[in-house]
Design a protein around this ligand. Structure first.
Ligand code: ZN
Length: 431
């Protein structure tokens, strides 16, 4: 079969579209002919090695798969060849303490399709028969492939973990993300009112079209203050959060008494601070969750079939174009991006101590941008190395830190390896 796989870690240039070993169904397994497979943040982690595939390389990514049953292994009776199918992406042992308690997503031997096993960026993929659900005719293969991670996780977070009820208020972080766009719709379906955040004004209409009652541009507005204002100083009952860091820290401040924050990911950073005074004095609940149950996946599919939930699909492309399409994937989080975000969210917060003076994030970002423009004016592009002669010493910097300077052809990719060396003299005198 053909598959989009990788033999070594790196960027999207490492994705190969070529012949790959055919999956053979063993006892209790099913091979599915893939009709659609979604792209997720975790695919980038697997590819670049931040989360190396546990079974080693080569590896096929792809966690969210729909297709038709191609072949069944011995002992599989209830699935017919050609039937429309969706794969529940979580694997569990069924025998550990947590499986026996019915909490299969925290199985001690838990694994994901496309991470712990080869996934759906291929013509064929195999999975245990117990992970296969019929895909309703009313749900397209593409729509179905947007459900098993993003929509199911949001469903479990809101319905099972936060027990969202009619009349409650919910803050959903990042309306433009898969889990965010799903959470807005699910909260509305539960009868709650929704406030959500976006990173640019052009996403406001989109967030409203999903059912959000109020949309905050977190780059230009303080989402905690906006949440307080929108809720009449009360705060919200539930926050759905998957960013981490400062977003988590401040989301807690947006909760009302007895409120619940559900964390379902750490898209920006795995770390986050908590002001414990808020947590204990307001009797808050901070709950973690991943995925959901197969029964919940079936429930979500029923809502999709009836048109009450609608997955958001950015674009659909053939598998052979995976590498080219990957070029448009989200930019990795780099130092300048973090600086940029910090400057937009908390411009007045102290960033560094510069001698006797305290530099705010906004000042630091402005200085970085001005330096970037200055270097660009000298013909220096991203990836170039810069030898800077300071007053009393020479230092080499790899010029990769400034986001608004175009990369020059030939300098992309590996900063400091292919790049040219420029010599710039600078003065440390302040003018
Ligand atoms: Zn288990």
């Amino acid at each position: 079969m053909k598959a989009a796989f990788f033999k070594e870690h790196g960027g999207v240039e490492k994705i190969l579209y070529d012949d790959y070993r055919d999956p053979v169904p063993e006892v209790g397994e099913v091979v599915v002919r893939v009709r659609a497979c979604a792209l997720n943040h975790v695919d980038m982690l697997l590819l670049d090695g931040r989360f190396p595939p546990p079974e080693g390389l080569p590896h096929v990514n792809g966690c969210e798969v729909t297709g038709t049953v191609e072949a069944v292994g011995a002992g599989v009776k209830e699935l017919d060849r050609g039937g429309r199918a969706i794969i529940f992406p979580g694997f569990s042992c069924g025998r550990c303490e947590y499986c026996l308690r019915g909490a299969r997503t925290v199985c001690v031997r838990y694994g994901y399709l496309g991470a712990h096993k080869d996934g759906g960026y291929a013509e064929l993929v195999k999975a245990p028969a117990t992970n296969i659900l019929p895909l309703p005719d009313a749900v397209s293969f593409e729509a179905g492939a947007a459900v098993p991670l993003a929509m199911l996780t949001s469903w479990h977070a809101l319905v099972a973990q936060a027990e969202c009820r009619p009349g409650q208020t919910v803050l959903v972080q990042a309306a433009g993300s898969g889990v965010g766009s799903a959470a807005i719709q699910i909260a509305r379906l539960c009868g709650a009112r929704v406030i959500t955040t976006v990173g640019s004004d052009d996403k406001i209409d989109f967030a409203r079209s999903l059912g959000a009652d109020h949309v905050v541009n977190y780059r230009t507005q303080d989402f905690v203050e906006e949440t307080k204002r929108w809720s009449g100083k009360r705060g919200v009952d539930i926050v759905i959060e998957h960013i981490g860091g400062e977003t988590l820290e401040r989301s807690v401040q947006a909760l009302t008494r007895l409120g619940t924050l559900v964390t379902i990911g750490s898209h920006d950073t795995h770390w986050g601070r908590l002001d414990l005074r808020h947590v204990y004095s307001k009797n808050l609940r901070i709950v973690g969750t991943n995925l959901g149950s197969i029964l919940e996946l079936q429930t979500v599919l029923e809502h999709l079939a009836d048109g009450r939930l609608k997955p958001v699909i950015d674009r659909v492309f053939p598998l052979k174009d995976a590498r080219e399409q990957g070029q448009g994937a989200p930019r990795p989080v780099t130092l300048p991006r973090l600086l940029e975000r910090a400057a937009l969210r908390r411009p007045e917060a102290p960033a560094v101590v510069d001698g006797a003076r305290r530099l705010t994030y906004a000042e630091l970002a402005r200085q970085a941008a001005a330096l970037g423009r200055g270097l660009a004016g000298l013909g220096i592009g991203k990836g170039d190395r810069v030898l800077i002669a300071l007053k009393n010493r020479l230092e080499i910097y790899t010029f990769w830190v400034f986001p608004d300077v175009q990369t020059k052809p030939g300098c992309a990719g590996r900063p400091g390896i292919h790049a040219k060396l420029h010599v710039v003299t600078a003065s440390t005198e302040r003018g």
